[in-house]
Design a protein around this ligand. Structure first.
Ligand code: SRM
Ligand code: SF4
Length: 566
């Protein structure tokens, strides 16, 4: 454990420290026409501005052979609390994606957009255009608080609307204060004689690692509250929000063959009133800022700070900073972590339709003009759009007299309101992985749809077409699609090989357990077919797949992250 952040610092800590509040030499790097990349140290700083330097991994070998530098481009992630944007913003992002990026938009597992394939020479103009549409990319990545998530439909009830306001406030409250972003991307001139802010919340070296906040409104846990550093579970009495249970210390990332790294579910530590939310968020962040490990980035998330020192220690530290004690947690119940597809009527009488966007990828193909269809809807839609934490999309707040028009466009462009697919596919997610993700070890987004087609045959044969089993895939163990809380999780080990995890909780309440290691598709199908068939025959009434595989001892129940590997 690292008790003295000054003596043991990882390389990224030193880069942050020397960066003049996240400036580094990014501006100079953007102006250098010799290379499509920026300086290595600046790639760490660029993340705080919402962008990653990547290279096309499909082309890596060929370019190496030809002695060319990698095909560099940049990914941009938008900050968009709770996944809400207007039709105008949709149209702007669509245009930006088709002019400066690779012609597609990617809905992420944290309810926002990513654009891929932006060349260095277009990076500044792309970020500027995103800002012109009144969205931004500040702190979408980096060692700060990221996009704040919450149940995506404020129009569902007054409580949802209320909670959305808190998501926005938390996002604003935890933003870095440096003007670096505005100066580099938006040409803001430094004001002479004004000293740089000292980042009152984060300090000069920001957090030891990324930090993620989420709000859930039971009974839906579609935001997977236990997977995040800090969470607020809305407690509702007589249809009014009375406050929140506070959760801390969740996280998914781990490294293969390093058992000291593990996914961990958050602990519920107490209850706070609505007006105390910002104070709690701020002091949880500050506690992690002061106690998180700054020597080893693989051990730097809040989950390790809490696991090493104990939840009671953390709660005590938090309460001493707050100057008051959290109340005991209130009862609550989650039922699932999936999306509800199709049309629903909200408390305000407006209609909302949830569309299935497979793995969040929006693009046109010859037989599926999805991007065009959504653009046409955005042109006439008067409500807003909401990205869900399952990479899907809600066309929200449709007035009664607009519904038929939107329905027509959904049909015309073959958009999917959840009727066309099996429950297995509708409850699936895959991370991006190849070709853009620099950390991918195996395919994910490009591979999962085909694997599901094969598993669907098994499900169909077993009479399970409409039975929801959560299934998630990632191309490496970092866990971007939260695979360790799926009932079936596939995690890339090497090209074409996956670890299979079984037994995650249907509403995100339990970690899965390694069932088979590093197996190919043929083996995956051979291993899972008998389990699925047996589930169809021997499950108890209403029993979920994740519970069944534990009861039948395919895997042992994982009760704590620390036991994930044992
Ligand atoms: Fe993630 C890194 C994509 C949600 C855990 N994630 C990455 C990078 C940026 C790769 C990199 O560092 O070079 C990926 C970019 C791929 C690409 O080409 O676009 C990437 N993560 C994603 C997205 C786009 C996956 C998706 O298919 O939607 C999600 C974007 C979220 C957003 O909008 O902010 C995404 N990442 C997550 C989640 C899920 C969540 O937050 O609910 C997790 C697990 C939860 C957690 O944080 O523990 C997650 N991503 C990671 C990690 C492991 C962190 C750790 O503590 O070990 C990394 C690697 C790292 O940070 O070193 C990572
Ligand atoms: Fe990349 Fe791994 Fe995240 Fe997938 S899980 S996007 S492969 S970092």
């Amino acid at each position: 454990m690292n008790d003295d952040p000054k003596t043991q610092r990882s390389g990224v800590e030193i880069i942050k420290d020397n960066s003049d509040y996240l400036r580094g030499t990014i501006e100079q790097g953007l102006a250098d026409p010799i290379t499509g990349a920026i300086a290595e140290d600046d790639t760490a700083l660029l993340k705080f501005h919402g962008s990653y330097q990547q290279d096309d991994r499909d082309l890596r070998q060929e370019r190496r052979k030809q002695k060319l530098e990698p095909a560099y481009s940049f990914m941009i992630r938008v900050r968009m609390p709770a996944g809400v944007c207007t039709p105008e913003q949709w149209l702007d992002l669509d245009r930006v994606a088709n002019t400066h990026a690779n012609g597609s938009l990617r809905l992420t597992t944290r309810q926002t957009f990513q654009l891929h394939g932006i060349l260095k020479r277009n990076l500044k103009r792309t970020i500027r255009e995103i800002n012109e549409t009144l969205l931004d990319t500040i702190a979408a990545c980096g060692d700060v608080n990221r996009n704040v998530m919450c149940n995506p439909n404020p129009h569902q009830s007054e409580v949802h609307a209320n909670v959305y306001e808190y998501a926005k406030q938390i996002s604003e409250h935890l933003l870095p204060k440096t003007r670096a972003y505005h100066q580099i991307w938006l040409d803001e001139k430094p004001v002479a004689g004004t000293p740089e802010t000292d980042e009152p919340l984060y300090g000069k070296v920001y957090l030891p690692r990324k930090f993620k906040v989420v709000i859930a409104v039971p009974p839906s846990n579609d935001v997977d509250i236990y997977a995040h550093d800090l969470g607020f579970i809305a407690i509702v009495e007589n249809e009014k929000l009375t406050g929140f249970n506070v959760t801390v210390g969740g996280g998914m990332g781990m490294t293969h063959s390093e058992p000291e790294t593990f996914p961990r579910l958050a602990d519920v530590i107490g209850f706070c009133k609505p007006e105390q939310v910002l104070e709690v968020a701020e002091h949880v962040v500050k506690t992690q800022r002061d106690f998180g490990d700054r020597g080893n980035r693989k051990h730097a998330r809040l989950k390790y700070t809490i696991d090493d020192r104990g939840v009671e220690w953390f709660k005590g530290e938090l309460e001493s900073r707050l100057g008051w004690a959290l109340e005991p947690a209130k009862p609550y119940q989650f039922t699932d972590n999936g999306d509800r597809y199709g049309w629903v009527k909200g408390a305000d009488g407006k209609r909302h339709v949830t569309l299935f966007i497979e793995n969040g990828r929006i693009r046109d193909t010859d037989d599926y003009p999805m991007m065009t269809g959504l653009r046409e809807i955005a042109k006439i839609h008067k409500g807003d759009f909401r990205v869900t934490a399952n990479q899907n999309l809600i066309i929200a707040s449709v007035a009664e007299n607009q519904k038929a028009k939107i329905e027509r466009l959904i049909k015309q462009y073959k958009l999917d309101d959840g009727t066309a697919h099996s429950a297995l596919r509708l409850n699936s997610m895959a991370c991006v992985a190849f070709p853009t993700c620099g950390l991918a070890m195996a395919e994910s987004e490009r591979y999962l749809p085909g694997l599901i087609t094969k598993l669907e045959e098994v499900m169909l044969d077993a009479g399970l077409r409409d039975d929801a089993i959560t299934l998630r895939m990632t191309g490496c163990p970092n866990g971007c699609a939260r695979p360790y809380i799926a009932e079936i999780g596939f995690v890339g080990k090497s090209v074409g090989h996956y670890n299979v995890y079984l037994g995650g909780g249907f509403h995100g309440q339990r970690l899965g357990k390694l069932y088979r290691e590093g197996i190919t598709e043929e083996k995956i199908l051979a291993e899972l077919t008998p389990v699925i068939k047996r589930y169809a025959k021997e499950r108890d009434d209403g029993e979920h797949f994740g519970d069944f595989v534990i009861r039948k001892e395919y895997v042992r129940e994982v009760r704590a992250g620390r036991d994930f590997h044992s």
